[in-house]
Design a protein around this ligand. Structure first.
Ligand SMILES: Nc1ncnc2c1ncn2[C@@H]1O[C@H](COP(=O)(O)OP(=O)(O)OP(=O)(O)O)[C@@H](O)[C@H]1O
Ligand SMILES: [Mg+2]
Ligand SMILES: [Zn+2]
Length: 365
């Protein structure tokens, strides 16, 4: 059995410790680094954007940078006692609360009390409130009062995945930073570095599959990598497919090609192989639908290529482009409609493969 010889989850071990290590959020890190360098510190920051894109990570880096004993260029040194205390979760003056489980007025009153007292050791008391959108209306009111007249030594860092749920009064008191979903390539590149550092054997395509499944979030990608590498010992396309219950892209592309060429005989045979191979035919239907949808879109608007390249692998995009050259839009529309309909029939059918087959037969015969 292969063991990685460590117990810390990958996503914690590879959490960036400097702004420079953050991938993708250039607009956030650029502005923050230059402000911190000039010692321009806001009383309240609001970090918002999708799951697993670096909000909590950056909140902790900021907490370190503003308290670091030898900060350089807006970055924490990560070796002074202050940086280390924060890193090890032992800093009295850095308080993290999860608003999802501390939603009420009492918790926020507590916070108000906490902010009034001077920091024990550090220059700033930092209050990180995660999932801040979960606070109750009364708690928001109490927080607002603090934000209206923040003590000079307090810095609030609010983080949320649901910006729309925040009261405008709170938002307007903060300096706002928007986090974006990361592209497939950005995520795959980080996964590759982790594999190399951990000496995990991998297939590049498998990392792209993981990145695709993580849908723009790094944490999910890292957790998947962790799960697959510790379960299977190495990260191959086959392993990722198994864990995700997904059929690999080559098979999706191959089947889509048979459909576009109206090769009914081979399409039926291939579907049968997929089915008997233990792959999930629901997922296969979804993947084909998704593939053909992209073929159709590219056919109608080749400029979409650039947008697609943000969340699908380069090699995949090339195949989709080739298919778009050959495909007939009217035919694609018909097939996509049938596949969607077949999908709903499949769900309530004791033989889920049958509606899938019928959709192929009706369109390719
Ligand atoms: N931009 C990024 N660059 C590099 N690694 C990242 C980035 N974003 C997230 N990660 C990785 O994902 C892990 C989780 O990130 P983090 O906790 O900062 O996400 P989050 O935005 O706070 O998510 P949530 O909204 O779910 O709380 C980090 O430990 C790190 O390994
Ligand atoms: Mg977070
Ligand atoms: Zn330091």
């Amino acid at each position: 059995m292969y063991t990685r010889g460590m117990s810390i989850a990958i996503y914690r071990k590879y959490r960036p410790q400097t702004l420079a290590d953050i991938i993708g959020q250039e607009s956030v890190t650029g502005v923050l680094a230059s402000a911190l360098k000039q010692d321009k510190i806001a009383h309240a920051y609001l970090l918002y954007g999708p799951r697993g894109t670096g909000k909590t990570t950056i909140a902790r880096i900021v907490a370190k940078a503003i308290n670091c004993q030898n900060q350089k260029n807006g970055e924490p040194c990560n070796i002074c006692p202050h940086c280390l205390a924060i890193q090890n979760n032992q800093a009295l003056d850095v308080i993290e609360i999860d608003a999802a489980s501390n939603r009420g007025i009492d918790e926020i009153r507590n916070l108000q009390e906490l902010t009034k007292t001077l920091p024990a050791i550090f220059r700033y008391k930092v209050l990180i409130i995660d999932e801040v959108h979960m606070l109750t209306p009364q708690a928001f009111n109490a927080l607002l009062k603090t934000l209206e007249e923040p003590p000079a030594h307090a810095v609030f860092i609010l983080a949320t995945t649901e910006y729309e749920k925040l009261p405008a009064t709170i938002i307007s008191r903060t300096q706002r930073y928007h986090f974006r979903r990361l592209t497939l390539q950005e995520i795959a590149t980080k996964l590759k570095k982790i594999c190399e550092a951990e000496k995990i054997t991998f297939e590049p395509e498998a990392l792209e599959l993981i990145a695709h499944a993580a849908d723009g979030g790094v944490r999910d990608a890292e957790s998947l990598l962790d799960q697959i590498s510790s379960m299977k010992g190495s990260v191959s396309t086959g392993h990722v497919e198994q864990v995700l219950g997904k059929v690999d892209f080559k098979k999706t592309s191959h089947m889509s090609g048979l459909i576009i060429e109206k090769n009914l005989e081979n399409a039926l045979e291939f579907l049968h192989e997929i089915h008997t191979g233990g792959h999930n035919v629901f997922q296969f239907n979804k993947d084909i639908t998704e593939y053909l949808r992209r073929v159709l879109s590219l056919k109608l608007n080749p400029k979409l290529e650039e947008l697609f390249s943000r969340d699908i692998a380069h090699s995949e995009l090339q195949e989709i482009k080739q298919h778009a050259l050959k495909a007939d839009p009217e035919f694609l529309i018909k097939v996509i409609k049938s596949l969607i309909q077949a999908y709903t029939y499949m769900r309530y059918n004791p033989f889920p493969i049958a509606p899938f087959e019928i959709a192929l037969i009706e369109n390719l015969k």
